[in-house]
Design a protein around this ligand. Structure first.
Ligand code: ADP
Ligand code: GLC
Length: 492
């Protein structure tokens, strides 16, 4: 029997560009408290050459609406958890931005999460549930300009409810930037946030009798990811999983780790407008000028020793209590330290006391200052990142790009981005920094000693600096991994 000629169905051409609704509580350069903002702000331009258009939905915190160029109302709701809300779309800082304008939730003085006295806003669960709700509504019905996402990408607990509410509408990815923050609210939230009661179980979004919005994202998203391969493994252990290790293990290979990149348009010493003198690996004279300027800015003597920096939240997560214990040795060996950060009051006090004890050797600036942070990476010899856990970390990558060799704890993204100067790596000439483990003051002291020894051998040191600066820290490789994940989830 001959086969009847196959009836050819017209092949529907895949649209050239896939559309992603990216949802987060921060987006650089508009609103930033940490690396989450850098990543959310960098993903759109990293992914657009790979065929993915991202529109980024964030809350319209006070002052943000004015930054939107030609904003148009694209969505509205008369009663979004207690007040009217709308989404305005437009360009801001080169980004395709969607701002959730809900004055009763977001038009306040203070930071995204804290009031002016530094206390969490008591209605944070409701504020960010509203963000998730708006994201899910857009996922289901699209925006009034006809834009309909093919995929939802939710970042951290603030966006964690979006994959739950949008689960029937489109595929979603939930990315963990820091599992220490889980969006835990009392069981009353089930009613207050209009959560589906059937999901209030250990298999759903319930967490020890409460609600966890991060857990909701981890359970209901089609794929979950975190910001380095090593952290993806660590998250399956009780030490790092903060109680969610079982949930993550249960998702099996739905979890991937994709290392963060650096936005080289912002973080390149050859083009950075915020540093006193630009430089590149071919001509490092500008770096010397930056070091001199940094010493002057932090009141450090010109003693010829290595200049260490810390640019960080001053918290125990970042291991900065351990560093305090190591300062006598660092100073005794001729090192100098410049610190920029804010955080736990006792750590701020500790660093201020150290600056008073060792004038000319340690300078401390308590505060948040983006431009100063650039000047510090440009002037530094070493950036210190002794974190107890670090999902990815960005400052060690800025250190690589600016030739400030990273001294890092061997954990998470720090382990994945810095090649330790062990004997083999030095012989093979591939080392770009120093790693230490376990994360204790004693191990950090030994690592500081090792850095001093290496700095004393300037030929080896300068070769490491050149390699660090040549190491690819941009988004290319990681953006391809996100694109592959998006392709897989949408069947493109
Ligand atoms: P995390 O997000 O856990 O704080 P990351 O290393 O991923 O850690 O990102 C921190 C980001 O915040 C980096 O861009 C860093 O330069 C910046 N940063 C942290 N503290 C300060 C500060 N006090 N002033 C300026 N920038 C800071
Ligand atoms: C979190 C993590 C940090 C990571 C950042 C961006 O704040 O603490 O390691 O780089 O998110 O993903």
């Amino acid at each position: 029997m001959t086969k009847a000629p196959a009836v050819r169905k017209p092949v529907k051409p895949a649209p050239l560009t896939g559309r992603v609704l990216s949802v987060a509580s921060e987006c650089a350069p508009l609103v930033k408290t940490g690396g989450l903002a850098d990543v959310v702000g960098a993903l759109p331009s990293a992914l657009s050459p790979l065929g993915w258009q991202l529109r980024t939905l964030i809350p319209a915190y006070r002052g943000l609406l004015e930054k939107l160029e030609a904003g148009a109302e694209l969505w509205s709701d008369n009663d979004l958890f207690g007040g009217p809300a709308r989404v305005l779309g437009g360009k801001a800082a080169g980004l395709d931005l969607l701002l959730l304008d809900a004055p009763h939730l977001f038009d306040r003085a203070g930071s995204p999460y804290l009031d002016e006295s530094g206390t969490d806003w008591p209605d944070n669960p409701r504020r960010f549930a509203a963000l998730g709700w708006a994201a899910a509504e857009i996922s289901k019905r699209g925006l009034s300009d006809g834009w309909q996402p093919d995929l939802l990408h939710a970042h951290d607990w603030q966006a964690g409810l979006a994959p739950l509410w949008a689960q029937d509408a489109l595929p979603s990815v939930m990315t963990i930037h820091n599992i220490a923050f889980q969006g835990v609210a009392s069981a009353r939230a089930v009613d207050e946030l209009r959560l589906p009661p059937a999901g209030f179980t250990p298999e759903g979004y319930e967490y020890w009798g409460k609600v966890s919005t991060l857990k909701a994202g981890l359970v209901y998203a089609d794929a979950i990811s975190t910001v380095s391969p090593s952290y993806a493994v660590e998250l399956t252990t009780p030490e790092f999983g903060f109680g969610l290790e079982g949930v993550i293990r249960a998702r099996g290979d739905a979890m991937t780790g994709i290392l963060n990149g650096v936005d080289l348009a912002v973080w390149s010493p050859a083009t950075d407008p915020l540093i006193p003198s630009r430089y590149s690996a071919d001509d490092m004279s500008g770096k010397q000028a930056c070091t001199a300027a940094l010493r002057e800015e932090f009141g450090l003597d010109d003693n010829g020793g290595p200049v260490f920096i810390v640019v960080s939240r001053l918290t125990r997560q970042k291991g900065l209590d351990l560093l305090l214990e190591c300062l006598p040795g660092l100073v005794a060996r001729g090192g100098q330290l410049a610190v920029l950060g804010t955080g736990e009051p006792d750590l701020q006090e500790g660093y201020l006391r150290a600056a008073a004890r060792w004038p000319g050797r340690i300078g401390v600036h308590i505060g948040y200052d983006e431009a100063m942070s650039h000047r510090m990476f440009a002037g530094a010899d070493v950036v210190l990142v002794p974190s107890r856990f670090e999902p990815s970390g960005l400052t060690q990558m800025y250190g690589l790009a600016y030739g400030a060799l990273p001294l890092v704890a061997r954990t998470g993204g720090l382990a994945d981005s810095v090649i330790d100067a062990n004997v083999a790596a030095l012989r093979d000439q591939v080392a770009t920094g120093v790693q230490f483990a376990p994360v204790t003051a004693d191990a950090l002291k030994l690592a500081l000693q090792k850095v001093s020894d290496l700095y004393g051998q300037q030929d080896i040191w300068q070769r490491m600096v050149a390699r660090a600066m040549a190491h690819p820290v941009g988004w290319d490789a990681s953006a391809r991994e996100y694109a592959a994940l998006y392709d897989r989830l949408t069947g493109r």
